[in-house]
Design a protein around this ligand. Structure first.
Ligand code: IVH
Length: 687
C-alpha cells in the first residue's frame, strides 16, 4: 500500500518539514536530555513516514534529514580535505610539577590581567572537526595529520550526538571540534556481536571508534552507537564579539554550544589557580573509572579566548593549554595459582588467578599470562607478587613481578603438561610461543569451538545456533561434529535446555531446522572455510575452491600442488594435506556431502572477457567497493593476485594508491589501468 502516492509536491514538502522537525526534536530530547517524548513505536512510525516521503520525493529530501542517522550512504572513498585551521595537538605531561610550571609561567606572562582556567576531561577517542553553515552540518573531517584529514561526513551524520541542524543562536559559519568516543557498554556489546559473527574483536574502544568512522557502509556506523564529546568552538578570525558576550570565554562557548544542541559533558570547571587545578586532577584520577567512556587525562586551558593570541604557540601546540595524562593504575597482588584455558584450536592459555584487588574501579582476580614465553620472560615464580596495571583499555595486564617480595626458594611456575580439559599431553611445536592440546576430536572446548566456527556468519551462517545451544547439544550427546547437526530431528530439539538458558520451544526448533536447510545452499568455498582447517581462512578457502573446484580434487592433491595455489604457502599446504590424510576428516566430508552440502564450486561467470588475465587491485574506486571490484574481476574470468610480479597482467589502480605499487608496475612493464578503462574492458559503461 502506498499511503502517499496521492500527495502533491507542496503538501509533501510541508509534511516533510513537519516530520523533520518532530523527529529532530524527539531525537534531541532523547539523546541530550534522556527524555522520551513518544514511544519507540510512534517514533519509528514517524521516521518511516519521513523515509517513505523522501523516497518518493528525493528532490525534497534534505541533506541533514534525521533519516540520515540510520545511515545508508556508501563511502566509496574518503575525500581528503585541508583543514581551514590546522588541528593542533597539546603539550602533555604525566608530572604534576610540570603542570605547576605551566600555571606559574602563564601567570607570569599574563601579569596584571584578570584570567582563569578551565579544567576538563581529556576524552580517549578520535578527534574530528564539524563545520556548520547557516546552522546546517556541512562537513565532518578527521584530524589526519593535523593539516589534511578525511571527509567522514556520511558516517558522522549517524552519530546521534552530532547535531545535524543547530537550534537557537549560532554563528553563521564556524567549526566545532571534539572527540568521537565509544562508550564502554556499546563497545562491549559490539565486540560480543563481532565474536558471535566470527569477526575478530577490537582491541580497545579508541581503535574501534577510529575504525567505525572509516567504515564504507554508514549503516554499520549507525549501529555502533558512538558519541561525540564536543570540546572546542572555533570562530573565524576577526569575528567581532560585543563585550560581555559568552563567546569571549572557552567556558561560555561550551555552554553556548549546549544551547545549540551539542552534548557538552557537564564536568568542565572554571579554576582560579593551581590549588583548584590539582584538586580537579586528583578527583578525576580516582573517579575516571566511573565514567561511561574512557578518558586518558585532564586538559587545562586559559579560559579567556582574547588572551590566547598573546600567549602564542610552541612549534606544534598552543601555550594557553596543556594536557595532564593519567598514569596507568597499578597494584601489586599475590599470585594464588595459574590455571590453563583451552581455545577452539587447542591453544592453551595460562591465566593468573590472584588475590582479589581493587584496581581502577573494579575488583581484579584474573589476568592472562599469554603463553609460555611470557611466563619465562617475566620470570614468574609460584607465590610471587605480581604488578597488575590497568590503562585506558579496561583489561588488566600483568606487567611484572615485585621481586622484593619473592619467597625464598620459589620455583618457576610450571606449565601444564596435560590438557586441563581432557588430560591429553600438551605439545609445543617448533617456533611457537605456546602449547596446544592435540586431542582435536576428544577435547570438549575444541569440539564446541569448532562447531561455533562452523556455524559462524562467514562460514555456514547458522545464526540460530550460538555457543550456549551448541554446548547444550554437545552435552546432551546429540552433536559431536558438524555432520551431526544435519541429523538433528525436531523432537530431539524441543524441550532441550540448560540451567543458564531457557529450553528450546517448537518455534525455536523449526527455526534451527530451517537454518540448517538454508545452509545446504552455502557455496563450497564457505563450506571449506567452515571445516576449520588450521591456517585456512576465508580468502585461502576461496583460492583453494577456485583452484580445485571440487572437494574430491582437493582431497587428492599433494603438498606440492597445494602450495602452488596462489596465496597458499607451504605451511597451509601441509595442514590441508594432513587434515585430509585423517580418515575421520574424510568421513566427515562424506557425511556432509550426504547431508546435501555443496562440495563443488558453482561457477557464476558473467563473461570470460578477462580470459585468465591476472589483476592486482589497489586504491579506492568510485563505482565499486574493493570487494566488489575483485568479485567483478573474477566474475569476468580474471584472476587476482595480491602483489605485483612478472606474472601480473594489469595493475588496476584506484585513487590513493601508494606510489610504491605504481613504481613497481612501471619497472616490470605491467600496464596500469584506471577504473574507467577497466569498465570499458568488461563492457560496463553505465554511469
Ligand atoms: S583541546 C588546541 N580538549 O587530545 C587545543 N583536546 O593533543 C585542541 N582531546 O588532539 C585540543 N579531549 O583530540 C582538547 N577536552 C579536550 C580534549 C582534547 C581530548 C584530544 C584532542 C587532541 C589531543 C591533545
Amino acid at each position: 500500500m502506498d499511503l502517499f502516492s496521492s500527495l502533491d509536491a507542496e503538501p509533501a514538502r510541508k509534511r516533510i518539514d513537519e516530520l523533520t522537525q518532530l523527529v529532530d526534536r524527539y531525537n534531541h530530547e532523547y539523546y541530550m536530555n534522556d527524555t522520551s517524548l513518544v514511544s519507540d513505536y510512534e517514533f519509528d512510525a514517524l521516521l518511516r513516514e519521513l523515509q517513505e516521503l523522501e523516497r518518493q520525493y528525493p528532490e525534497l529530501a534534505q541533506p541533514n534529514s534525521p533519516t540520515k542517522r540510520v545511515g545508508g550512504e556508501v563511502n566509496k572513498t574518503f575525500r581528503q580535505v585541508t583543514h581551514r585551521f590546522p588541528m593542533l595537538s597539546l603539550g602533555n605531561t604525566y608530572s604534576m610539577e610540570e603542570i605547576a610550571e605551566f600555571e606559574s609561567r602563564t601567570r607570569r606572562l599574563l601579569e596584571g590581567t584578570a584570567f582563569s582556567y578551565t579544567c576538563e576531561l581529556k576524552y580517549d577517542g578520535v578527534a574530528i572537526g564539524l563545520t556548520y553553515k547557516h546552522g546546517q552540518l556541512v562537513q565532518a573531517v578527521t584530524r589526519g595529520n593535523g593539516t589534511v584529514g578525511d571527509d567522514i561526513t556520511a558516517n558522522a551524520r549517524t552519530i546521534p550526538t552530532v547535531p545535524l541542524r543547530l537550534r537557537g543562536d549560532y554563528p553563521d559559519d564556524f567549526e566545532v571540534r571534539g572527540e568521537v568516543v565509544y562508550p564502554f557498554e556499546a563497545f562491549e556489546a559490539m565486540n560480543r556481536r563481532r565474536e558471535a559473527e566470527g569477526d575478530a574483536p577490537f582491541a580497545n574502544p579508541r581503535n574501534a571508534a577510529s575504525g567505525s568512522l572509516k567504515l564504507q557502509d554508514s549503516r554499520e556506523c549507525a549501529r555502533r552507537r558512538l558519541e561525540f564529546c564536543m570540546y572546542f568552538m572555533m570562530l573565524p578570525p576577526g569575528t567581532a564579539l560585543p563585550s560581555g558576550s559568552p563567546l569571549l570565554s572557552h567556558y561560555g562557548r561550551l555552554q553556548a554550544a549546549r544551547d545549540m544542541g551539542f552534548r557538552v559533558q557537564p564536568h568542565i570547571r572554571e579554576c582560579a589557580g593551581m590549588e583548584e587545578i590539582k584538586a580537579y586532577i586528583d578527583y578525576w584520577d580516582k573517579e575516571r573509572w566511573n565514567l561511561p567512556y574512557g578518558i586518558d587525562g585532564i586538559v587545562i586551558k586559559v579560559n579567556q579566548t582574547s588572551l590566547w593570541d598573546s600567549l602564542g604557540m610552541t612549534a606544534k601546540s598552543p601555550r594557553w593549554a596543556i594536557a595532564y595524562k593519567f598514569k596507568a593504575a597499578r597494584v601489586a597482588t599475590p599470585l594464588e595459582h595459574v590455571s590453563f584455558q583451552v581455545g577452539r584450536t587447542g591453544v592453551v592459555t595460562p591465566v593468573a588467578n590472584m588475590q582479589p584487588v581493587w584496581l581502577g574501579g573494579t575488583t581484579v582476580r584474573r589476568a592472562t599470562l599469554n603463553n609460555a614465553d611470557f611466563i619465562e620472560k617475566m620470570d614468574i615464580c609460584e607465590g610471587d607478587t605480581l604488578w597488575v596495571e590497568k590503562g585506558g583499555e579496561i583489561i588488566p595486564k600483568v606487567v611484572g613481578v615485585d621481586l622484593s617480595r619473592r619467597l625464598p626458594g620459589a620455583q618457576p611456575v610450571a606449565y601444564a603438561r596435560c590438557c586441563p580439559e581432557c588430560g591429553t599431553p600438551l605439545v609445543r611445536s617448533e617456533g611457537e610461543s605456546g602449547y596446544y592440546c592435540p586431542n582435536q576430536d576428544g577435547c570438549p572446548p575444541q569440539i564446541v569451538g569448532r562447531l561455533e566456527h562452523f556455524v559462524s556468519r562467514k562460514a555456514m551462517n547458522i545464526d540460530t545456533l550460538g555457543h550456549e545451544r551448541l554446548e547444550m547439544l554437545y552435552r546432551a550427546g546429540l552433536v559431536c561434529d558438524a555432520a551431526d547437526l544435519f541429523d538433528l530431528r525436531r523432537e530431539q530439539l524441543i524441550g532441550l535446555g540448560s540451567e543458564e538458558g531457557s529450553a528450546i520451544q517448537e518455534r525455536g526448533a523449526d527455526n534451527i531446522l530451517a537454518a540448517l536447510e538454508e545452509a545446504r545452499r552455502v557455496p563450497f568455498d564457505r563450506v571449506l572455510f567452515a571445516l576449520g582447517i588450521r591456517y585456512v581462512g576465508e580468502v585461502g578457502a576461496k583460492k583453494l575452491a577456485r583452484y580445485f573446484h571440487t572437494v574430491d580434487a582437493l582431497m587428492q592433491a599433494g603438498v606440492d600442488e597445494l602450495a602452488q595455489v596462489e596465496d597458499v604457502g607451504e605451511k597451509t599446504a601441509v595442514t590441508v594435506y594432513d587434515y585430509f590424510a585423517v580418515d575421520a576428516h574424510r568421513r566427515l566430508v562424506e557425511r556432509l556431502r550426504a547431508a546435501g552440502l555443496q562440495m563443488r564450486l558453482e561457477e557464476r561467470l558473467l563473461s570470460d572477457v578477462l580470459g585468465g588475465k591476472t589483476f592486482v587491485v589497489s586504491g579506492v574506486f568510485e563505482h565499486y567497493s574493493r570487494d566488489e571490484i575483485k568479485q567483478s574481476v573474477e566474475a569476468h574470468g580474471g584472476k587476482l593476485a595480491s602483489s605485483i610480479s612478472g606474472k601480473t597482467d594489469y595493475l588496476l589502480a584506484g585513487e590513493r594508491m601508494g606510489p610504491e605499487k605504481r613504481r613497481k608496475a612501471e619497472k616490470l612493464g605491467v600496464p596500469v589501468i584506471d577504473e574507467s578503462t577497466y569498465r570499458s574492458m568488461i563492457g560496463d559503461e553505465t554511469a
